[in-house]
Design a protein around this ligand. Sequence first.
Ligand code: UD1
Length: 436
Amino acid sequence: MDIFRIQGGRRLEGCVPVEGSKNACLPILAATISLNGTAVIERVPWLNDVQTMSELLKSIGVRVQRSAASQLTIDPSSAANPVAPYELVRKMRAGVCVLGPLLSRFGYACVSLPGGCNIGHRPIDLHLKGLGALGADIRIQQGYVIAECKRLSGADINLGGPFGSTVTGTCNVMVAAATARGQTIIRCAAMEPEVCDVGRFLIAAGAKIDGLGTPVIEIQGVEQLGHVHHSVITDRIEAGTLAIAIAMTHGKAEILNAPIADMTSTLSALREMNVIAEVKRPVAATDRQSDIGGEILEIDGTADHRSGDLVAQPYPGLPTDMQAQFMAMMCVTPGVSVVTDRVFPDRFIHAAELVRMGADIKVNNGSAVIRGVRTLSGACVMASDLRASAALVLAALAAEGESEIHRVYHLDRGYFEFEKKLNLLGGRVVREHAEE
Ligand code: UD1
């Protein structure tokens, strides 16, 4: 298993690019199953979760070809096996995104339940409720969801849950409804930019969808979806993680292709903490979410930082996927900061490892209180999930001395060659293979 050895205390400077969005790409790849044609997908980040999704598609019988470094050509015409096995869904919860597409293509899906994970209890009851409302007959058998239907029929569905809507659940229902008979209305739909990108992918394939980016999505079912050529949006979480890395090391650097319009909550949280986040080429309002065009985000973290009080919420709130990285920054920000996560209230495993680096954090009831220390000290720490591992890498970059981050396979699930990007900015991060 790989580890990162990081020499801390270097200001990050220069400029760095951002990949296509993992969380948009995964449900888009899953949605290709429902096509009656070929998909060419550009800006595919070739990271571990995307490779796992590609394996899953191949096990279903879909032909997936990596036609260029960040381009996939996908032909689902030979798909024949509507099963998502535990071995693959266990590795990556987004495997559940094939549920709606399989139902749409085969009228049958057998998908492993993903089970719990380190960021808390993660049910899929809302996915099942939505697909059930479209007419699927659903049962749980030996750890698998078995869903069956003749042709799905449109319905009025509310996807609101105790923690807001569901991102991958909205994608599952939207894909299934795209070829259902009649009209579907999804209320309390997730508004995340990644959901909008999945919607745009479906529209490009022939679907009729209105209301993307709002809590009410209307879908008029069509007979079939056809060929599509789509370019995935830029990863707002990778861009945000890099922004914090630059700020936290009191550096100054440019992030190329940053999806500014999708990052407003992250940028405003950084500004509250006295980081200058400047858009060098402002985006026109009409360009919202069509962010392939290359805005440049300059992050200047050289001034003294201020403590913050942040709440992770569904979009357009601060993403829960940025919570751990902000907490890392707060560890070395003077004063008392508070972080609350309303999406995954138990998502604080990273706090214990940050404490091992000298942070002062108390977690209680879905919130963490962080008292800034003058400096963190390098340590040997263990990554526990994807964003927690990013937080530990950031903490190590700002710490005094050397850190060893173990289990970076968590990081590799969602960041493509992240150490190369940090080194491009002047960081000192070495990947080593270590026996655990
Ligand atoms: C997606 C993202 C993940 C992000 C999360 C929240 C992908 C591949 N992953 O995960 O990175 O952290 O959104 O922005 O896009 N819930 C239920 N019932 C359900 C489904 C969810 O109660 O059927 C709850 C969850 O436990 C959680 C909240 O709703 O508390 C949001 O979860 P959800 O939006 O579904 O997360 P994912 O789609 O799995």
